[in-house]
Design a protein around this ligand. Structure first.
Ligand code: PLP
Length: 399
């Protein structure tokens, strides 16, 4: 018998399964709102002009392809720290922060999880209820027990902050708490600055290990505004983790560009932490690939390209916002009684629409409009050509 005879079929990834069903759908009017990707108004993944310029310069230079340092280049780490903590921040200057390039935000979470497991094997990991579907699997695969903390409140379509805070204040010291730094996926519901300040204090009071996941910096209000949570933790003097992803903000999904930053208590401690993090990386994939990180570092270190990138990022952000208001207006214009104005307040690429499993199923079967069964839709998949069709369909299924 085959050595694989006992291998069972793994369950299908719910979102990738949705894409397969979408691709197999032959209706010309079909729309995929289940994705986690930014599309432009033509329904295409953009190649940003700033990225193109940096890439062109790099290709012309035709640099050799030696191994990178295990943690990636220093210029990349510096660029990441500038985005997270602010250019020339006291924290970055202090040498207390360790930053390693990683394979996207997922890779950053994974090396962070592996490092944490070596640091404190018995801690539990807490993720928001609900959360990005890979958080649980990723921390479980690193060997942790993963539980939820209260987060989304379907009644207010916001954060149930009282329940969340009470829960955090009851956790054991050393518990790892995974927080969406901005643009919560899947709900689009973020905490206020004042609530973030209370989360910081809860982490301090209980000795928790904060792990901020920053996958959408720049998609809510801008680079610095979206870093409020990171800046509050920085100012607290606490130790914490941040994973960064440039998949969405640079539209570099397949290049796998991200970073893990760990804020430690001292420069000396940072040296020890980095030495252990390098062991984690070395035994996983040895060192990161060159291309994507080089492009991001080149864009961020050139004043012109950085400005161009910020303008392009603002363009993506504004287009998503315009789709939010337009969808709400169109639903109102169709006489939909239900109040959808909360969609305007949600931040980032997603909305928890409150559509039921049955309504999502009808959107798919009757209209070829694909959404996640939880009612999550990606606003960045809407455009001037498909929004009327989508609004009409939603109006029909919610009646
Ligand atoms: N974290 C969150 C909350 C995300 O939504 C995503 C991507 O969808 C990631 C991490 C992973 O990002 P990447 O594609 O860079 O691995």
């Amino acid at each position: 018998t085959s050595i694989f005879a006992a291998v069972e079929m793994a369950p299908r990834d719910p979102i990738l399964g949705l894409n397969e069903a979408f691709n197999a759908d032959t209706r010309a009017t079909k729309v995929n709102l289940g994705v986690g990707v930014y599309y432009d108004d033509n329904g295409k993944i953009p190649l940003l002009a700033a990225v193109k310029a940096a890439e062109k310069a790099r290709l012309e230079a035709m640099p050799p392809r030696g191994y990178q340092p295990i943690e990636g280049p220093a210029a990349y780490a510096q660029a990441v720290q500038n985005l997270l903590f602010g250019a020339g921040s006291e924290l970055a200057e202090s040498g207390r922060v360790v930053t390693a390039e990683a394979l996207g935000g997922t890779g950053a979470l994974k090396i962070g999880a592996d490092f944490l497991k070596r640091l404190n094997a018995s801690s539990k990991v807490y993720i928001s209820d609900p959360s990005w579907e890979n958080h649980r699997a990723l921390f479980e695969s690193a060997g942790f027990v993963v539980e939820n903390y209260p987060y989304y409140d379907a009644a207010t379509r916001g954060v149930n902050f009282a329940a969340m805070k009470e829960f955090l204040l009851g956790l054991d010291a050393g518990s790892v708490i995974v927080l969406h730094a901005c643009c919560h996926n899947p709900t689009g519901a973020d905490m206020s600055d004042a609530q973030w300040a209370e989360v910081v204090e809860a982490c301090r009071a209980r000795g928790l290990v904060p792990f901020l996941d920053m996958a959408y910096q720049g998609f809510a209000d801008g680079i610095d505004a979206d870093a409020v949570a990171v800046r509050l933790f920085s100012a607290s003097g606490l130790q914490f983790f941040v994973s960064s992803s440039f998949s969405k903000s640079f539209s570099l999904y397949g290049e796998r560009v991200g970073a893990l930053s760990i804020v430690t208590a001292s420069k000396e401690e940072a040296g020890r932490v980095m030495s252990q993090l390098k062991r984690v990386i070395r035994t996983n994939y040895s060192n990161p690939p060159i291309h994507g990180g080089a492009i991001v570092a080149a864009v961020l270190s050139s004043p012109e390209l950085r400005q161009q990138w910020e303008d392009e990022l603002a363009g993506m952000r504004d287009r998503i916002r315009a789709m939010r208001s337009s969808l709400v207006e169109k639903l109102q214009a169709k006489g939909v009684a239900q109040d959808f104005s909360f969609v305007i307040k949600q931040r980032g690429m997603f909305s928890y629409t409150g559509l039921t499993v049955e309504q999502v199923e009808r959107l798919k079967s009757e209209f070829g409009i694909y959404a996640v069964s939880t009612g999550r839709i990606c606003l960045a998949a809407l455009n001037s050509k498909n929004i009327d069709y989508v609004a009409d369909a939603i109006a029909v299924v919610v009646k």
